[in-house]
Ligand binder design. Sequence first.
Ligand SMILES: Cc1cc2nc3c(=O)[nH]c(=O)nc-3n(C[C@H](O)[C@H](O)[C@H](O)COP(=O)(O)OP(=O)(O)OC[C@H]3O[C@@H](n4cnc5c(N)ncnc54)[C@H](O)[C@@H]3O)c2cc1C
Length: 400
Amino acid sequence: MADLETFRTEARLWLRANAPQSLYGTREGRFDGFWGGRRSTETDPDILRWRDVMADKGWTAPTWPVEYGGGGLSRDEAKVLDEVMTELELPPAVVGFGLVMIGPTLLDYGTDAQKAEHLPKIARGETRWCQGYSEPGAGSDLASLQTRAVADGDDFIINGQKVWTSHADKSDWIFALVRTDPDAPKRKGITFILVDMDTPGVSTRPIELISGSSIFCETFFEDARVPARHVVGEVNNGWTVAKALLGYERTMIGAAISGQMLGVEDELIEQARHYLGCPEGRLPDPMLRDDIVRAAMNDQCLNLTVERIRQSLREGQAPGSESSILKVAGTEAKQARWELAIRIAGQQALGWEGPGYTDDELQRTRNWLRSRASTIEGGSSEIQLNVIASRVLGLKFPGT
Ligand SMILES: Cc1cc2nc3c(=O)[nH]c(=O)nc-3n(C[C@H](O)[C@H](O)[C@H](O)COP(=O)(O)OP(=O)(O)OC[C@H]3O[C@@H](n4cnc5c(N)ncnc54)[C@H](O)[C@@H]3O)c2cc1C
Protein backbone atom coordinates (compact mmCIF):
# COMPACT_ATOMS: atom_id res chain seq x y z
CA MET A 1 0.00 0.00 0.00
CA ALA A 2 2.84 2.37 0.89
CA ASP A 3 4.31 1.67 -2.55
CA LEU A 4 1.03 2.61 -4.18
CA GLU A 5 0.97 5.88 -2.23
CA THR A 6 4.53 6.60 -3.36
CA PHE A 7 3.44 5.86 -6.92
CA ARG A 8 0.46 8.22 -6.49
CA THR A 9 2.75 11.06 -5.41
CA GLU A 10 5.19 10.41 -8.26
CA ALA A 11 2.39 10.16 -10.83
CA ARG A 12 0.87 13.43 -9.63
CA LEU A 13 4.24 15.20 -9.87
CA TRP A 14 4.95 13.80 -13.31
CA LEU A 15 1.52 14.71 -14.65
CA ARG A 16 1.74 18.23 -13.24
CA ALA A 17 5.12 18.68 -14.91
CA ASN A 18 4.10 17.25 -18.29
CA ALA A 19 0.39 17.87 -18.95
CA PRO A 20 -0.28 20.90 -21.17
CA GLN A 21 -1.97 23.64 -19.13
CA SER A 22 -4.91 23.92 -21.54
CA LEU A 23 -5.99 20.32 -20.91
CA TYR A 24 -6.61 20.59 -17.17
CA GLY A 25 -10.33 20.48 -16.45
CA THR A 26 -11.16 18.96 -19.85
CA ARG A 27 -11.67 15.35 -18.79
CA GLU A 28 -15.33 15.79 -19.66
CA GLY A 29 -15.89 18.57 -22.09
CA ARG A 30 -14.17 20.13 -25.03
CA PHE A 31 -11.75 17.28 -25.43
CA ASP A 32 -12.32 13.79 -24.15
CA GLY A 33 -9.51 11.99 -25.84
CA PHE A 34 -7.55 11.72 -29.05
CA TRP A 35 -8.75 8.95 -31.39
CA GLY A 36 -5.69 9.20 -33.60
CA GLY A 37 -4.98 7.19 -36.70
CA ARG A 38 -3.64 7.94 -40.15
CA ARG A 39 -6.78 9.91 -41.06
CA SER A 40 -6.75 12.11 -37.96
CA THR A 41 -7.16 15.82 -38.65
CA GLU A 42 -6.21 16.91 -35.12
CA THR A 43 -3.97 20.00 -35.18
CA ASP A 44 -4.15 21.30 -31.59
CA PRO A 45 -0.46 21.26 -30.54
CA ASP A 46 -1.35 20.63 -26.88
CA ILE A 47 -3.42 17.55 -27.73
CA LEU A 48 -0.62 16.18 -29.90
CA ARG A 49 2.02 16.98 -27.27
CA TRP A 50 -0.09 15.30 -24.59
CA ARG A 51 -0.31 12.20 -26.81
CA ASP A 52 3.48 12.24 -27.30
CA VAL A 53 4.53 12.65 -23.67
CA MET A 54 2.02 10.10 -22.41
CA ALA A 55 2.92 7.59 -25.14
CA ASP A 56 6.64 8.05 -24.45
CA LYS A 57 5.94 7.32 -20.78
CA GLY A 58 3.83 4.27 -21.74
CA TRP A 59 0.81 5.70 -19.92
CA THR A 60 -1.61 5.61 -22.86
CA ALA A 61 -1.71 1.84 -22.26
CA PRO A 62 -0.49 1.72 -18.68
CA THR A 63 -0.78 -2.05 -18.05
CA TRP A 64 0.59 -3.24 -21.40
CA PRO A 65 4.13 -4.59 -21.45
CA VAL A 66 6.80 -1.95 -22.06
CA GLU A 67 8.02 -3.83 -25.15
CA TYR A 68 4.63 -3.19 -26.80
CA GLY A 69 4.49 0.51 -25.99
CA GLY A 70 2.80 0.14 -22.61
CA GLY A 71 3.80 1.36 -19.17
CA GLY A 72 4.28 -2.07 -17.55
CA LEU A 73 2.21 -0.92 -14.56
CA SER A 74 0.33 -3.32 -12.30
CA ARG A 75 -3.46 -3.02 -12.47
CA ASP A 76 -3.43 -1.39 -9.01
CA GLU A 77 -0.93 1.22 -10.21
CA ALA A 78 -3.02 1.83 -13.33
CA LYS A 79 -6.06 2.40 -11.10
CA VAL A 80 -4.09 4.95 -9.06
CA LEU A 81 -2.94 6.67 -12.26
CA ASP A 82 -6.56 6.92 -13.40
CA GLU A 83 -7.57 8.35 -10.01
CA VAL A 84 -4.86 11.02 -10.21
CA MET A 85 -5.87 11.94 -13.77
CA THR A 86 -9.49 12.20 -12.62
CA GLU A 87 -8.42 14.39 -9.68
CA LEU A 88 -6.54 16.71 -12.08
CA GLU A 89 -9.42 16.44 -14.58
CA LEU A 90 -6.99 15.42 -17.30
CA PRO A 91 -8.39 13.52 -20.30
CA PRO A 92 -6.85 10.27 -21.54
CA ALA A 93 -4.20 11.08 -24.12
CA VAL A 94 -5.40 8.42 -26.57
CA VAL A 95 -8.78 6.68 -26.74
CA GLY A 96 -10.41 4.20 -29.08
CA PHE A 97 -11.30 0.62 -29.87
CA GLY A 98 -7.61 -0.20 -30.31
CA LEU A 99 -6.80 0.42 -26.67
CA VAL A 100 -9.89 -1.07 -25.07
CA MET A 101 -10.92 -3.87 -27.45
CA ILE A 102 -8.45 -5.25 -29.96
CA GLY A 103 -5.32 -4.42 -27.93
CA PRO A 104 -6.23 -6.53 -24.87
CA THR A 105 -7.52 -9.28 -27.18
CA LEU A 106 -4.21 -9.38 -29.05
CA LEU A 107 -2.38 -9.61 -25.74
CA ASP A 108 -4.46 -12.71 -24.96
CA TYR A 109 -4.68 -14.36 -28.40
CA GLY A 110 -2.27 -12.62 -30.80
CA THR A 111 1.02 -14.00 -32.07
CA ASP A 112 4.23 -12.24 -31.03
CA ALA A 113 4.44 -10.80 -34.56
CA GLN A 114 0.85 -9.45 -34.36
CA LYS A 115 1.52 -7.88 -30.97
CA ALA A 116 4.76 -6.28 -32.20
CA GLU A 117 3.09 -5.00 -35.37
CA HIS A 118 -0.05 -3.50 -33.85
CA LEU A 119 0.22 -2.74 -30.14
CA PRO A 120 2.89 0.01 -30.21
CA LYS A 121 0.98 1.85 -32.97
CA ILE A 122 -2.26 1.60 -30.99
CA ALA A 123 -0.56 2.87 -27.83
CA ARG A 124 0.79 5.90 -29.74
CA GLY A 125 -2.55 6.64 -31.41
CA GLU A 126 -1.00 6.01 -34.82
CA THR A 127 -3.69 3.57 -35.91
CA ARG A 128 -7.42 3.76 -35.35
CA TRP A 129 -9.55 0.61 -35.30
CA CYS A 130 -13.17 -0.28 -35.95
CA GLN A 131 -15.26 -3.36 -35.25
CA GLY A 132 -16.67 -5.48 -38.07
CA TYR A 133 -19.07 -7.81 -36.29
CA SER A 134 -22.69 -6.90 -37.22
CA GLU A 135 -24.17 -7.64 -40.62
CA PRO A 136 -27.57 -6.89 -42.14
CA GLY A 137 -28.69 -10.41 -41.17
CA ALA A 138 -26.59 -10.86 -38.02
CA GLY A 139 -26.94 -8.57 -34.99
CA SER A 140 -28.08 -10.23 -31.79
CA ASP A 141 -27.70 -13.57 -33.56
CA LEU A 142 -24.12 -12.69 -34.46
CA ALA A 143 -23.11 -16.25 -35.25
CA SER A 144 -25.36 -16.14 -38.34
CA LEU A 145 -22.85 -13.87 -40.07
CA GLN A 146 -22.32 -14.51 -43.78
CA THR A 147 -19.23 -12.50 -44.79
CA ARG A 148 -17.19 -15.17 -46.50
CA ALA A 149 -13.41 -15.70 -46.47
CA VAL A 150 -11.91 -18.30 -48.79
CA ALA A 151 -8.29 -19.45 -48.45
CA ASP A 152 -6.12 -18.72 -51.50
CA GLY A 153 -2.43 -19.52 -51.03
CA ASP A 154 -1.13 -17.44 -48.12
CA ASP A 155 -4.19 -15.17 -48.22
CA PHE A 156 -7.92 -15.12 -47.67
CA ILE A 157 -10.27 -13.56 -50.21
CA ILE A 158 -13.09 -11.80 -48.37
CA ASN A 159 -16.55 -10.96 -49.74
CA GLY A 160 -19.53 -9.63 -47.83
CA GLN A 161 -20.96 -6.71 -45.91
CA LYS A 162 -20.81 -5.38 -42.37
CA VAL A 163 -23.17 -2.76 -40.96
CA TRP A 164 -23.24 -0.29 -38.05
CA THR A 165 -19.43 -0.18 -38.21
CA SER A 166 -18.78 2.81 -35.93
CA HIS A 167 -16.25 5.27 -37.39
CA ALA A 168 -15.21 2.86 -40.16
CA ASP A 169 -14.58 5.80 -42.49
CA LYS A 170 -12.06 7.24 -40.01
CA SER A 171 -10.34 3.95 -39.19
CA ASP A 172 -7.15 2.37 -40.48
CA TRP A 173 -7.87 -1.24 -39.51
CA ILE A 174 -10.94 -3.33 -38.86
CA PHE A 175 -11.13 -6.47 -36.72
CA ALA A 176 -13.71 -8.59 -38.47
CA LEU A 177 -15.54 -11.88 -38.11
CA VAL A 178 -15.72 -13.90 -41.32
CA ARG A 179 -17.12 -17.31 -42.21
CA THR A 180 -14.39 -19.70 -43.28
CA ASP A 181 -16.34 -22.97 -43.07
CA PRO A 182 -19.95 -22.66 -44.24
CA ASP A 183 -20.59 -26.37 -43.59
CA ALA A 184 -19.61 -26.34 -39.91
CA PRO A 185 -22.12 -25.56 -37.10
CA LYS A 186 -22.48 -21.79 -37.21
CA ARG A 187 -20.25 -20.93 -34.23
CA LYS A 188 -17.51 -23.30 -35.42
CA GLY A 189 -16.90 -21.98 -38.93
CA ILE A 190 -16.00 -18.38 -37.99
CA THR A 191 -12.54 -16.77 -38.12
CA PHE A 192 -11.33 -13.55 -36.49
CA ILE A 193 -9.19 -11.52 -38.88
CA LEU A 194 -7.51 -8.10 -39.01
CA VAL A 195 -7.94 -6.13 -42.21
CA ASP A 196 -6.17 -2.94 -43.27
CA MET A 197 -8.89 -0.56 -44.46
CA ASP A 198 -6.66 0.48 -47.36
CA THR A 199 -6.81 -3.06 -48.79
CA PRO A 200 -8.18 -2.93 -52.37
CA GLY A 201 -11.80 -4.14 -52.31
CA VAL A 202 -12.60 -2.67 -48.84
CA SER A 203 -14.92 0.34 -48.88
CA THR A 204 -17.21 2.17 -46.48
CA ARG A 205 -20.40 4.18 -46.82
CA PRO A 206 -21.52 6.42 -43.95
CA ILE A 207 -25.08 5.95 -42.66
CA GLU A 208 -26.66 9.33 -42.04
CA LEU A 209 -28.76 9.56 -38.89
CA ILE A 210 -31.87 11.67 -38.36
CA SER A 211 -29.69 14.09 -36.35
CA GLY A 212 -27.61 14.72 -39.46
CA SER A 213 -24.52 13.22 -37.85
CA SER A 214 -23.10 9.93 -38.95
CA ILE A 215 -21.13 7.72 -36.61
CA PHE A 216 -21.88 4.50 -38.46
CA CYS A 217 -20.91 3.04 -41.78
CA GLU A 218 -21.68 0.10 -43.95
CA THR A 219 -18.43 -1.69 -44.75
CA PHE A 220 -18.09 -3.70 -47.95
CA PHE A 221 -15.59 -6.41 -48.88
CA GLU A 222 -15.33 -7.22 -52.58
CA ASP A 223 -12.62 -9.77 -53.33
CA ALA A 224 -10.45 -8.18 -50.63
CA ARG A 225 -7.18 -10.14 -50.40
CA VAL A 226 -5.94 -10.34 -46.79
CA PRO A 227 -2.80 -12.19 -45.65
CA ALA A 228 -3.56 -15.26 -43.53
CA ARG A 229 -1.00 -14.03 -40.97
CA HIS A 230 -3.68 -11.52 -39.91
CA VAL A 231 -5.89 -14.29 -38.50
CA VAL A 232 -6.07 -13.99 -34.70
CA GLY A 233 -6.26 -17.36 -32.95
CA GLU A 234 -7.03 -20.35 -35.13
CA VAL A 235 -8.93 -20.50 -38.40
CA ASN A 236 -12.55 -21.56 -37.64
CA ASN A 237 -12.08 -20.81 -33.92
CA GLY A 238 -12.82 -17.09 -34.17
CA TRP A 239 -15.91 -17.33 -31.99
CA THR A 240 -13.71 -17.82 -28.92
CA VAL A 241 -11.68 -14.70 -29.77
CA ALA A 242 -14.86 -12.77 -30.63
CA LYS A 243 -16.40 -13.54 -27.23
CA ALA A 244 -13.20 -12.55 -25.42
CA LEU A 245 -13.25 -9.19 -27.22
CA LEU A 246 -16.91 -8.69 -26.31
CA GLY A 247 -15.92 -9.25 -22.67
CA TYR A 248 -13.48 -6.35 -22.93
CA GLU A 249 -16.01 -4.21 -24.83
CA ARG A 250 -18.82 -4.77 -22.33
CA THR A 251 -16.56 -4.19 -19.33
CA MET A 252 -15.32 -0.97 -20.93
CA ILE A 253 -18.88 0.28 -21.59
CA GLY A 254 -20.00 -0.41 -18.00
CA ALA A 255 -16.84 0.98 -16.43
CA ALA A 256 -16.89 4.14 -18.55
CA ILE A 257 -20.49 4.82 -17.55
CA SER A 258 -19.74 4.29 -13.87
CA GLY A 259 -17.05 7.00 -14.18
CA GLN A 260 -19.49 9.38 -15.90
CA MET A 261 -22.14 8.82 -13.21
CA LEU A 262 -19.99 10.00 -10.31
CA GLY A 263 -21.87 12.73 -8.42
CA VAL A 264 -24.89 12.47 -10.70
CA GLU A 265 -27.28 13.11 -7.81
CA ASP A 266 -25.69 16.50 -7.05
CA GLU A 267 -26.13 17.50 -10.68
CA LEU A 268 -29.76 16.33 -10.73
CA ILE A 269 -30.55 18.16 -7.49
CA GLU A 270 -28.95 21.35 -8.83
CA GLN A 271 -31.02 21.08 -12.02
CA ALA A 272 -34.20 20.39 -10.05
CA ARG A 273 -33.58 23.48 -7.89
CA HIS A 274 -33.10 25.56 -11.03
CA TYR A 275 -36.09 24.31 -13.05
CA LEU A 276 -38.49 23.96 -10.12
CA GLY A 277 -37.51 27.35 -8.71
CA CYS A 278 -36.55 25.90 -5.33
CA PRO A 279 -33.15 27.36 -4.37
CA GLU A 280 -32.99 25.69 -0.95
CA GLY A 281 -34.69 23.23 1.39
CA ARG A 282 -36.41 19.97 0.37
CA LEU A 283 -37.44 19.58 -3.23
CA PRO A 284 -41.25 19.92 -3.29
CA ASP A 285 -41.93 16.83 -5.44
CA PRO A 286 -41.66 13.62 -3.36
CA MET A 287 -41.68 11.39 -6.45
CA LEU A 288 -38.74 13.33 -7.86
CA ARG A 289 -36.87 13.09 -4.55
CA ASP A 290 -37.47 9.34 -4.61
CA ASP A 291 -36.19 9.02 -8.18
CA ILE A 292 -33.06 11.07 -7.48
CA VAL A 293 -32.27 8.90 -4.44
CA ARG A 294 -32.84 5.80 -6.56
CA ALA A 295 -30.43 7.12 -9.21
CA ALA A 296 -27.83 7.78 -6.50
CA MET A 297 -28.24 4.26 -5.08
CA ASN A 298 -28.01 2.65 -8.53
CA ASP A 299 -24.89 4.71 -9.14
CA GLN A 300 -23.32 3.45 -5.91
CA CYS A 301 -24.24 -0.18 -6.74
CA LEU A 302 -22.78 0.20 -10.22
CA ASN A 303 -19.53 1.67 -8.89
CA LEU A 304 -19.16 -1.15 -6.35
CA THR A 305 -19.91 -3.80 -8.98
CA VAL A 306 -17.43 -2.27 -11.41
CA GLU A 307 -14.83 -2.20 -8.64
CA ARG A 308 -15.51 -5.86 -7.76
CA ILE A 309 -15.14 -6.97 -11.38
CA ARG A 310 -12.08 -4.75 -11.84
CA GLN A 311 -10.58 -6.42 -8.78
CA SER A 312 -10.90 -9.83 -10.45
CA LEU A 313 -9.32 -8.32 -13.59
CA ARG A 314 -6.48 -7.01 -11.43
CA GLU A 315 -5.99 -10.58 -10.28
CA GLY A 316 -5.29 -11.51 -13.89
CA GLN A 317 -8.66 -12.89 -15.07
CA ALA A 318 -9.93 -11.82 -18.49
CA PRO A 319 -13.52 -10.52 -18.36
CA GLY A 320 -15.98 -13.33 -19.08
CA SER A 321 -19.76 -13.49 -19.21
CA GLU A 322 -19.90 -11.37 -16.03
CA SER A 323 -19.08 -8.40 -18.25
CA SER A 324 -22.73 -8.56 -19.36
CA ILE A 325 -23.72 -7.53 -15.82
CA LEU A 326 -21.68 -4.34 -16.14
CA LYS A 327 -23.00 -3.69 -19.63
CA VAL A 328 -26.67 -4.01 -18.75
CA ALA A 329 -26.42 -2.29 -15.35
CA GLY A 330 -24.35 0.61 -16.68
CA THR A 331 -26.38 1.32 -19.77
CA GLU A 332 -29.76 0.99 -18.05
CA ALA A 333 -28.56 3.35 -15.27
CA LYS A 334 -27.31 5.81 -17.87
CA GLN A 335 -30.65 5.82 -19.66
CA ALA A 336 -32.53 6.29 -16.38
CA ARG A 337 -30.25 9.21 -15.49
CA TRP A 338 -30.90 11.05 -18.76
CA GLU A 339 -34.65 10.32 -18.62
CA LEU A 340 -34.69 11.93 -15.20
CA ALA A 341 -32.65 14.92 -16.36
CA ILE A 342 -35.09 15.44 -19.23
CA ARG A 343 -38.11 15.13 -16.92
CA ILE A 344 -36.62 17.73 -14.58
CA ALA A 345 -35.94 20.22 -17.39
CA GLY A 346 -39.48 19.87 -18.77
CA GLN A 347 -40.03 21.75 -22.01
CA GLN A 348 -36.49 23.15 -21.84
CA ALA A 349 -35.40 19.61 -22.66
CA LEU A 350 -37.19 19.61 -25.99
CA GLY A 351 -34.85 21.86 -27.94
CA TRP A 352 -32.63 20.63 -30.73
CA GLU A 353 -31.29 23.98 -31.97
CA GLY A 354 -32.14 27.64 -32.15
CA PRO A 355 -32.85 30.35 -29.57
CA GLY A 356 -34.61 29.74 -26.27
CA TYR A 357 -32.27 27.01 -25.06
CA THR A 358 -28.89 27.18 -23.38
CA ASP A 359 -25.95 25.17 -24.71
CA ASP A 360 -26.27 22.88 -21.67
CA GLU A 361 -29.92 22.22 -22.48
CA LEU A 362 -29.20 21.42 -26.12
CA GLN A 363 -26.39 19.11 -25.07
CA ARG A 364 -28.65 17.40 -22.51
CA THR A 365 -31.21 16.61 -25.21
CA ARG A 366 -28.46 15.10 -27.35
CA ASN A 367 -27.11 13.08 -24.42
CA TRP A 368 -30.58 11.75 -23.71
CA LEU A 369 -31.11 10.70 -27.34
CA ARG A 370 -27.62 9.18 -27.52
CA SER A 371 -28.31 7.15 -24.38
CA ARG A 372 -31.12 5.33 -26.25
CA ALA A 373 -28.45 3.57 -28.31
CA SER A 374 -26.41 2.48 -25.30
CA THR A 375 -28.66 -0.48 -24.52
CA ILE A 376 -28.23 -1.72 -28.11
CA GLU A 377 -24.53 -1.21 -28.97
CA GLY A 378 -22.19 -3.95 -27.78
CA GLY A 379 -25.19 -6.32 -27.58
CA SER A 380 -28.72 -5.34 -26.51
CA SER A 381 -29.92 -5.50 -22.90
CA GLU A 382 -32.17 -8.47 -23.73
CA ILE A 383 -29.16 -10.41 -25.03
CA GLN A 384 -27.09 -9.46 -21.96
CA LEU A 385 -29.89 -10.73 -19.71
CA ASN A 386 -29.94 -13.99 -21.67
CA VAL A 387 -26.15 -14.31 -21.21
CA ILE A 388 -26.41 -13.59 -17.49
CA ALA A 389 -29.26 -16.11 -17.11
CA SER A 390 -27.54 -18.92 -18.99
CA ARG A 391 -23.80 -18.41 -18.44
CA VAL A 392 -23.57 -16.61 -15.09
CA LEU A 393 -26.59 -18.06 -13.25
CA GLY A 394 -26.61 -21.39 -15.13
CA LEU A 395 -30.35 -21.26 -15.82
CA LYS A 396 -31.81 -23.44 -18.56
CA PHE A 397 -34.07 -22.01 -21.25
CA PRO A 398 -37.27 -23.95 -21.96
CA GLY A 399 -36.53 -26.68 -24.50
CA THR A 400 -32.75 -26.68 -23.90
C1 LIG B 1 -24.44 3.18 -31.26
C2 LIG B 1 -24.17 1.84 -31.87
C3 LIG B 1 -22.88 1.51 -32.28
C4 LIG B 1 -22.63 0.27 -32.88
N1 LIG B 1 -21.38 0.01 -33.32
C5 LIG B 1 -21.11 -1.17 -33.91
C6 LIG B 1 -19.79 -1.45 -34.41
O1 LIG B 1 -18.90 -0.62 -34.33
N2 LIG B 1 -19.57 -2.64 -35.00
C7 LIG B 1 -20.53 -3.60 -35.10
O2 LIG B 1 -20.24 -4.68 -35.60
N3 LIG B 1 -21.79 -3.37 -34.65
C8 LIG B 1 -22.10 -2.17 -34.07
N4 LIG B 1 -23.38 -1.90 -33.62
C9 LIG B 1 -24.44 -2.88 -33.88
C10 LIG B 1 -24.91 -3.60 -32.61
O3 LIG B 1 -23.95 -4.53 -32.17
C11 LIG B 1 -26.25 -4.26 -32.95
O4 LIG B 1 -27.17 -3.21 -33.22
C12 LIG B 1 -26.80 -5.09 -31.81
O5 LIG B 1 -26.00 -6.23 -31.63
C13 LIG B 1 -28.25 -5.53 -32.08
O6 LIG B 1 -28.37 -6.11 -33.33
P1 LIG B 1 -29.51 -5.61 -34.36
O7 LIG B 1 -29.42 -4.12 -34.44
O8 LIG B 1 -29.36 -6.38 -35.61
O9 LIG B 1 -30.89 -5.93 -33.65
P2 LIG B 1 -31.66 -7.34 -33.66
O10 LIG B 1 -30.69 -8.44 -33.40
O11 LIG B 1 -32.48 -7.43 -34.90
O12 LIG B 1 -32.60 -7.18 -32.40
C14 LIG B 1 -33.80 -6.40 -32.44
C15 LIG B 1 -34.45 -6.48 -31.07
O13 LIG B 1 -34.81 -7.86 -30.79
C16 LIG B 1 -34.26 -8.24 -29.53
N5 LIG B 1 -33.81 -9.63 -29.59
C17 LIG B 1 -33.13 -10.23 -30.60
N6 LIG B 1 -32.86 -11.52 -30.29
C18 LIG B 1 -33.38 -11.74 -29.05
C19 LIG B 1 -33.40 -12.87 -28.16
N7 LIG B 1 -32.83 -14.04 -28.49
N8 LIG B 1 -33.99 -12.72 -26.94
C20 LIG B 1 -34.56 -11.53 -26.59
N9 LIG B 1 -34.58 -10.42 -27.40
C21 LIG B 1 -33.97 -10.53 -28.60
C22 LIG B 1 -33.06 -7.33 -29.32
O14 LIG B 1 -32.75 -7.19 -27.94
C23 LIG B 1 -33.54 -6.03 -29.93
O15 LIG B 1 -34.31 -5.32 -28.99
C24 LIG B 1 -23.68 -0.67 -33.03
C25 LIG B 1 -24.98 -0.35 -32.61
C26 LIG B 1 -25.23 0.90 -32.04
C27 LIG B 1 -26.63 1.22 -31.61
